[in-house]
Design a protein. Structure first.
Length: 182
């Protein structure tokens, strides 16, 4: 069976964790041209260096929109030829702790940008043990040091994520991401 280009793109997006709901819109149509400009200007990805995007809602009513725009950044980066993978924080920890190095576990290290969902959820206890949180911090730092990126979706501004993450790590992220409030 021969796949059409559209079918191949849809399959690639799905295997990268991008939900189908984003297939029928764009950042421009969603009035997020500034995010689109970061992609087309190559401001996020340069040879040997990368920046992520930190997306959060200004108001709780904007949570769904923030998530949609976050996934649209992943989709549009994929469409420009950048390898991406979308994963939740808890699934990332499972993959980091896995002894098997295939499937999703291999994907998190092979793609150029990992899109990390649920980086912080205000009012909820951290789902991570201290050891797992340290693994995530080390992994994130390593990705940036290697010239790859991690983009993050949260429900709060970066400076309010201290209940889950040390201030030094938040400072590191602040230097390595473009913050986008929805």
């Amino acid at each position: 069976m021969t796949l059409t280009k559209d079918e191949e793109i849809r399959t690639g997006l799905k295997s990268s964790g991008v939900p189908e709901a984003t297939f029928y819109t764009t950042l421009v149509l969603e009035n997020a041209s500034d995010l689109r400009e970061l992609i087309v200007s190559r401001s996020l990805l340069r040879k040997g260096a990368a920046k992520g995007v930190y997306v959060y809602p200004k108001a709780k009513a904007n949570t769904t929109r923030a998530r949609k725009l976050f996934y649209l950044v992943a989709k549009e980066m994929f469409l420009t030829g950048t390898t991406v993978f979308c994963v939740s924080l808890t699934r990332l920890v499972e993959l980091l702790n896995s002894e098997d190095y295939f499937g999703d576990a291999a994907s998190i290290d092979k793609v150029r940008v990992v899109f990390l969902l649920d980086f912080y959820e205000e009012g909820a206890p951290s789902p991570l043990t201290p050891s797992d949180a340290a693994k995530v911090r080390t992994w994130v730092r390593q990705r940036f040091e290697e010239g790859n990126a991690v983009s993050l979706l949260s429900d709060s501004p970066l400076d309010r994520c201290a209940p889950w993450w040390p201030v030094s790590f938040l400072g590191f992220l602040n230097e390595n991401v473009y913050t986008y409030a929805v």
